[in-house]
Ligand binder design. Structure first.
Ligand SMILES: Nc1ncnc2c1ncn2[C@@H]1O[C@H](COP(=O)(O)OP(=O)(O)OP(=O)(O)O)[C@@H](O)[C@H]1O
Ligand SMILES: [Mg+2]
Length: 1037
């Protein structure tokens, strides 16, 4: 086991876990105690026990101190905590050990066993139950496996009922040895179980010391059995009625609830698939033993044994299904074979009682063996695939009573053997490790109990041999002759004393019939009385034969097929036991060992009491100190280089964070850096060995401090790493989204382009066929053309009625429409224009229309005059002389304008006013009317076609005195003539003449006005006597 830390994950952190937790209560691992004195050991143990910490390690060995009270450390939560966690990372616990064994088994695929040792009442059975429960809960589960697992779990209460009893040491003392294999498949499921039982203390069936009880099942049946069942079995609900139950005088114990336990057992039998009849037979056997115990004998006249009453025997015969007669014979006679005859020899009363008890023991003992077989059947896994096992060894503990007999001898011998196994395994392993590592081995003084084992078991020389010899030799062998033989053979053995061999002082403590063995665990005085009988364990042949015919299937099975050769003596009990222990040792040696050492805290089963003397004694005989010393053997701590380096490398810059060389070199550099002195450590082949815990503690303290720094750094690194990761993730996500988005856009763009190409194609096609009739190819184009034309047209409509040029040239399809629109627009503008005209302007336009009708296209100055607005008059009435006004008062003045009148002869220009009234035109010079011209006399009016302003009024001239035609020049020629034409209704009389105009200046006398164009406008009398009017040429022409 000491090489355990060399293994995988399981044990690697053991010391380190303990180091971390060392300041809690005491020290979790004794290996780390600074001094290995017994006092320090005890102090630590007590300190922890007082703090309800019942578990402490010595390396991977678990020391457990019985608290005698329920601690809240075996619940589901605790199991979860320990599941799969490195062994020593958590406080010591039986679960940690169980878990470590389990995981080591799974990783290394080998077999293991957990040796639970300690004296009676130290807590072995409890520990083994806790381990089993842990596996039941922690292993993977399936419905099928659950069934096997349930059976394994319930096998405990059944076996305890049949194999445990209250003793002075323990209210639930195991009276048989039990080795249970739990089988696991490669997945780690618990798939089966197998139990080996060792030497049941059968004598208890017929005899109990004061303060002790028979096996629990008897009391459970009597106390808990259903009325109907009891009736069938002929039992009464009163344990006092049965002589096999009353000898210890303590049938009822407060700590034991037989009724509840009965229910548990019944339930367990059901879970294990015991059928009704088997259960009935089983309890028939138990009841028959009780009845048998009550069978009493009386001496008859010849002092031979005869039955007291038939009733009890009747029940035995009924329950076992054998004839009462035959049974009675078997109990009171012995069959002696004499050559060919069989002779019946009657028993004395004592002899009969002996035979009865022997039968009771035999029935019970064999039934127990049968029961173990039955339970094994229930837990058996028939699948042939390879399995690994963890064995749980829970054997009766070392015990010393006031009177110790053959049973104690066997039990203590068994413990002696296991101690021997422990010493062998631990010392051997330790020694091998030192040798393998090339570290100097410093031998540790320890007590090797081989000498005691030899004393008991050596062939021909050991106590068992002597006992067997005494049992087998002819002649009168008694327990005392056996003692004498012992004294002869062992006389000078240092571990063997008898009354005869002892010195004076010791002799006082020994009876004549006693021998004393100095066991590894202390002295035990054995009383030889009964040794021979118990070793022989004889059952008279006729009784055996009777049993073979039993109608009770269990009994029949138990007694059939055994010892066919009746003449050959069966092996004695001690020899059988010795061989079975040898077998057990072989089983165990083939497996990896784990140890639980149980200590009893006090003799009185009191919670919280720590009996120093008692505990110290156990610590001593269990060899815990030696184990500790061997474990440390000069070096308290050893660890593989890789493991040591892995843990402490942060303490040295050269090894942190990575050491790239060989681990041992790394460790050397590390310890040099830490300042280890040469005597403080040693370098093995694969491990470093550190001599004192304090060196390690200093390192560990440094590590603790550094861990915080490290944690912060790691945290920062980790956070950075996380943040980086997160950033990368986000970036990736963004890129992804971007890509997707781009894809979407690109696809849209593609669609758009495809659409555009289509549209453009259509457009071009439409364009090319635009002049053709509407087809599917150009229809859209034409629509577009129309729309576009209309839109453009809208923006560029002519702004005035006069604007005839702005109209947008239409595409061919719109020609007609365009024309309609143009006209519409024009009409609209005209309408608007017309609506916006005032009555004055209207009147003016009417005048202008008249002007136009007369002059348009005829007189050159006309176009320029169009824009000149006409006024109502050019001379206001104020500017007309009052006299003149008075003269023409009767006629309304319609229009007045200044004119230049050319004299008739000399053509002298004279400024005059021309006044038009409703009836006549007046030529006025200041206050004088120079000429009155009635419209009726106005023949015509002539003007030239040129730009001059000369106008000639032709008048009807009848007499010479009358003034003739008027030649005038008027700046407002068109205005004046238009007014005249309206007032005098002379429209048709106005003529535009080209060249010259003749006129009559006096009746019958003519002259001419010639018109021409020139540089400057002028009017003069030409040499021919004509009036010459020169006007400028209009540019437009
Ligand atoms: N871990 C524990 N917690 C609480 N009580 C315990 C514990 N271990 C043992 N006990 C108490 O001690 C009693 C004796 O324990 P147990 O039966 O396991 O002893 P043992 O070592 O098997 O003795 P024996 O050799 O007589 O069979 C138990 O019935 C229980 O009351
Ligand atoms: Mg036990």
């Amino acid at each position: 086991m000491q090489g355990r830390e060399a293994r995988g994950a399981g044990g690697q952190l053991d010391m380190e876990g303990a180091l971390v937790a060392r300041d809690r209560v005491g020290i979790q691992d004794f290996v780390l105690l600074d001094e290995t004195s017994e006092t320090a050991f005890m102090d630590n143990l007590k300190k922890r026990f007082t703090g309800d910490l019942i578990y402490t390690y010595i390396g991977t060995l678990l020391v457990s101190v019985n608290p005698y009270k329920d601690l809240d450390i075996y619940n589901r939560k605790q199991m979860d905590i320990y599941m799969g966690v490195n062994f020593f990372e958590l406080p010591p616990h039986i679960y940690a050990l169980a878990d470590n064994a389990y995981h080591t088994m799974l990783t290394e695929l080998n077999n293991h066993f957990i040796l639970i040792s300690g004296e009676s009442g130290a807590g072995k059975t409890e520990a083994s139950k806790k381990i089993l429960q842990y596996y039941a809960v922690s292993c993977p589960s399936t419905t099928l496996l659950d069934r096997v697992r349930d059976r394994m779990l319930v096998s405990n209460p059944v076996l305890e009922a049949f194999g445990n009893a209250k003793t002075l040491k323990n209210d639930n003392s195991s009276r048989f040895g039990k080795y249970m294999d739990i089988q696991f498949n490669s997945e780690g499921d618990a798939v089966g179980g197998h139990i080996l039982s060792y030497l049941l203390e059968k004598s208890r069936v017929v005899h109990q010391n004061h303060g002790e009880r028979n096996f629990h099942i008897f009391y459970q049946l009597v106390e808990g059995g259903e009325e109907e069942l009891l009736r069938r079995l002929g039992l009464e609900r009163d344990s006092q009625r049965y002589s096999y139950l009353v000898q210890g005088e303590c049938a009822n114990v407060p700590s034991i609830n037989d009724r509840n336990d009965w229910k548990t057992v019944k339930n367990a039998l059901q879970i294990m698939d015991f059928d009704e009849s088997t259960i009935e037979h089983l309890f028939g056997v138990i009841a028959s033993v009780l009845h048998l115990g009550n069978v009493q004998f009386e001496p008859d006249s010849k002092s031979y044994a005869s039955l007291d009453t038939d009733a009890e025997l009747g029940w035995v015969s009924t329950l076992l299904g054998i004839s009462a007669q035959v049974l009675q014979e078997g109990l009171t006679y012995r069959k002696i074979e004499a050559k060919t005859d069989e002779v019946l020899s009657p028993f004395t009363v004592d002899h009969a009682i002996y035979a009865r008890d022997a039968l009771a023991k035999a029935i019970y003992g064999r039934t127990f063996t049968w029961l173990v077989g039955k339970i094994n059947e229930a837990m058996e896994n028939k699948d042939p695939s390879r399995k690994t096992v963890i064995g749980l060894l829970d054997i009766y503990g070392f015990e010393v009573f006031y009177v110790n007999s053959f049973e104690q001898f066997c039990i203590n011998y068994c413990n002696e053997k296991l101690q021997q196994l422990f010493i062998q395994l631990t010392l051997k392993a330790e020694q091998e490790e030192y040798e393998a590592e090339g570290i100097e081995w410093e031998p540790v003084q320890f007590f090797n109990n081989k000498i005691i084992c030899d004393l008991v078991e050596e062939k021909h020389r050991g106590i068992i041999s002597v006992l067997d010899e005494e049992c087998l030799r002819p002649g009168e062998a008694t327990d005392l002759t056996f003692l004498e033989r012992l004294e002869e053979k062992m006389g000078c053995h240092p571990h063997f004393v008898t009354h005869m061999l002892a010195d004076k002082k010791t002799r006082k403590t020994l009876e004549r019939g006693d021998f004393r063995l100095l066991h590894y665990a202390g002295e035990v005085t054995y009383c030889v009385v009964g040794f021979l009988d118990k070793n022989n364990d004889l059952l008279y042949r006729n009784v055996r034969e009777v049993m073979r015919d039993s109608k009770n299937a269990i009994v029949r099975e138990c007694f059939s097929g055994l010892e066919p050769d009746s003449r050959r003596r069966p092996e004695t009990v001690a020899t059988q036991f010795k061989s079975s222990l040898l077998g057990l040792t072989e089983i165990l040696l083939a497996k990896e060992a784990w140890y639980v050492r149980c200590l009893k805290s006090n003799e009185s089963k009191q919670p919280g009491r720590f009996d120093d003397v008692l505990v110290r004694h156990q610590v001593k005989y269990l060899g815990l100190m030696e184990h500790l010393r061997v474990r440390r053997a000069g070096f308290a701590y050893r660890r593989r280089y890789e493991v040591f380096l892995k843990r402490y490398k942060p303490l040295c810059p050269a090894t942190w964070p990575h050491w790239h060389g060989v681990p041992s070199d790394g460790v050397e550099v590390l310890v040099q850096h830490l300042g280890y002195m040469p005597h403080e450590y040693s370098m093995g082949r694969t491990k470093i060995f550190i001599r004192h815990p304090r060196t390690l503690f200093a390192t560990e303290d440094a590590y603790e401090r550094c861990k915080h720094d490290l944690a912060t750094r790691l945290q920062a690194k980790y956070k950075g790493y996380r943040a980086k990761g997160e950033f990368r993730r986000q970036k990736e996500a963004a890129t992804k989204i971007e890509t997707c988005w781009r894809g979407v856009q690109a696809r849209k763009e593609k669609d758009r382009r495809a659409w555009a190409v289509k549209v453009i194609k259509k457009f071009i096609k439409g364009y090319m066929t635009r002049k053709e009739a509407k087809t599917t190819d150009n229809s859209e184009y034409l629509v577009f053309v129309r729309q576009s034309y209309l839109n453009r047209l809208k923006a560029s409509l002519p702004q005035t009625v006069l604007d005839k040029t702005t109209w947008l040239t239409p595409p061919p399809v719109m020609r007609e429409t365009s024309e309609i629109l143009r006209q519409l627009n024009m009409r609209l503008m005209v309408r608007k224009y017309v609506r916006g005209i005032t009555p004055q302007r209207k009147a003016q336009f009417q005048l202008k229309v008249i002007t136009s009708a007369i002059f348009k296209g005829k007189k050159d100055s006309y176009p320029a005059s169009v824009a000149q607005p006409f006024l109502d008059t050019r001379i206001s009435e104020q500017d007309i002389n009052m006299k003149v006004l008075q003269m023409i008062r009767n006629e309304r003045i319609k229009y007045s304008v200044p004119v230049v009148k050319y004299d008739r002869n000399g053509f002298k220009p004279r400024d005059r006013q021309l006044i038009l009234t409703t009836t006549a035109a007046y030529i006025v010079e200041e206050a004088r009317v120079k000429q009155r011209l009635l419209y009726t006399t106005l023949r015509g009016v002539s003007v030239s076609n040129l730009t001059d302003n000369v106008v000639i009024f032709h008048v009807t001239c009848e007499d010479v005195k009358q003034k003739g035609d008027l030649v005038m020049q008027c700046d407002h020629l068109f205005e004046m003539l238009t007014k005249l034409s309206v007032v005098a209704n002379k429209q048709g009389a106005i003529k535009v003449v080209q060249g010259s105009i003749k006129f009559e200046f006096q009746a019958g006398k003519e002259n001419t006005v010639d018109f021409s164009t020139g540089q400057e406008p002028m009017a003069y009398k030409a040499k021919n006597g004509h009036l010459m009017v020169v006007s400028t040429r209009t540019r437009a022409r």
